[in-house]
Design a protein around this ligand. Sequence first.
Ligand code: GSH
Length: 221
Amino acid sequence: MKLYGFMLSPFVQRVLIAGRIKGNDIPVEPPPGGLSSGQFAAISPMRRIPVLEEADGWRVSESGAIVAYLDETLPGPPLLPADPRERALARQLTSIADTEIGAGLRHLMVFHVFGSCTDVSRRDYGRDQLARGLDALQRIGVGRWLWAAGALPSVADAVLIPLLALAELLEAHFDSGPILQGRPAIEDYWRRARISELGARTVAEMAPLVPMIMGRRSAAG
Ligand SMILES: N[C@@H](CCC(=O)N[C@@H](CS)C(=O)NCC(=O)O)C(=O)O
């Protein structure tokens, strides 16, 4: 099995973390032909990464579908907690992370990192959306448990770790204002998660890529 994608994508990283929780290291390759190619459109209906490909050529896109497939097919610890209330919490966190935090970060990424949008209202909307999502995590009290939804790592950690790593990178590299600071529950969670084996590896894989992309952009003029 292999994954098509780029390591800066929080959706790619979520699949990698899910695989690692289950004891598998999934190899990553760039999308064939590039994201906007016809070749890739034949592989990924929305032309988005990640796409998982099995050895027999079977493929599936959308990180949520891929993570669920990994959980159902790979041996190793389950990606959802056994307790129904913790399971509900994992799904609640995943949903808020996708609809608010991930969506907000996407606006900030296109403005700050990829430079494909110069509309400051999009940046400001992204900041607000991100802040609303983080405020919700704070209210839920995400740092109350060892991992996001209980005593063991779950899909909620696979989703949150790359998003918080990306938020931290934006905080470090751009004038995006304090993102993670001032929310004690999130600070508690992130302090533990980012030095865990899963978190440290994700941060190490993502951190060099923002300065690299910025360097390429300024070299291109
Ligand atoms: N809902 C998708 C979102 C994936 C996604 O947004 N991937 C981004 C990279 S982080 C992408 O492929 N963007 C390319 C594009 O939209 O053209 C998932 O969960 O896999």
